[in-house]
Ligand binder design. Structure first.
Ligand SMILES: Nc1ncnc2c1ncn2[C@@H]1O[C@H](COP(=O)(O)OP(=O)(O)OP(=O)(O)O)[C@@H](O)[C@H]1O
Length: 251
């Protein structure tokens, strides 16, 4: 069933790990628009993954968090997130199709013929139906990330958090997978962490850079063209501005 996309507001957030004096994030606010990609850049260690892991409920309970996270429908965020990491995290002893059905196994839900059919349809969409019975180690990096994408889609959650999912891929494979993900994740609300300004400008409906120590989120204006964007003069200018801001923050 088609879901109405949901937005998210993060208001005045702060995050500090236990036994660490300085907070990682402080007074961080972001608007995540419904049904678009919000891209998040920032120097290494600025707190991007910590923020995503907090949203996904993956941080230890002794991490100090302040601030509000509000979904546009007023309901809780928990259970409505799928997480796609840089490493594909496929289980090596399970076939491709069984990896796609992994969330059902984790939740102890029965893998009915309908579930298998849905998984096969998704594998078809990512172009991997022919290797459905293969083990992950026999696939290329790009193929493995396409399995991970199918697994993410299988969960059918309104929010997709992606932590550098394309960064280990060669340029052409990365470009293709960005396009495929953008097409298949339409109607989802995506937050993408990336270190690549070109990728961010290509895919973002909204773009933030985490800057400062502790970090806050700085909103960056995007070209008026719609994503996924080709490289043109406007997008090149935004990329240059991002480089400049990142360089300043590394200094
Ligand atoms: N469990 C933890 N306990 C204490 N400090 C942590 C913990 N996890 C992360 N940190 C620290 O928090 C800071 C932010 O880390 P985080 O991984 O969120 O940054 P990042 O922006 O995603 O970095 P990168 O771009 O390199 O992946 C870093 O200084 C890191 O060392």
């Amino acid at each position: 069933m088609k879901q109405t996309p949901l937005g998210l507001t993060i208001d005045n957030a702060g995050l500090r790990y236990p036994n660490v004096n300085q907070a990682i994030l402080d007074k961080l606010s972001m608007q995540i628009p419904a049904g678009q990609w919000t891209c998040l850049l920032g120097r290494s260690g600025s707190g991007k993954t910590s923020l995503l892991r907090y949203l996904a409920g993956l941080l230890d309970s002794n991490v100090e968090w302040q601030g509000n996270v509000i979904c546009s429908d007023g309901l809780a965020l928990q259970q409505r997130i799928a997480y796609m990491a840089q490493q594909d995290l496929l289980l090596p002893w399970l076939s491709v199709v069984d990896n796609v059905c992994l969330s059902y196994r984790f939740n102890k839900q029965k893998i009915t013929p309908e579930v298998t059919e849905k998984a096969l349809a998704l594998l078809d969409q990512v172009g991997l139906l022919a290797v459905r019975h293969a083990l992950p180690q026999t696939l290329s990096g790009g193929m493995r990330q396409r399995v991970a994408l199918a697994r993410t889609l299988m969960q059918d959650k309104p929010f997709i958090l992606m932590d550098e999912p394309f960064s280990a891929l060669d340029a052409v494979t990365r470009h293709k997978l960005q396009q495929l993900s953008y097409t298949l994740l339409k109607d989802k609300t995506v937050i993408l962490i990336t270190h690549d300004p070109q990728e961010a400008v290509r895919l973002a409906g909204r773009l933030y850079i985490l800057t400062g120590r502790p970090a806050q989120a700085e909103h960056i204006a995007l070209p008026i063209s719609r994503p996924p964007r080709d490289i043109d003069a406007d997008s090149a200018l935004v990329q240059q501005r991002i480089f400049h801001l990142l360089e300043q923050d590394y200094a």
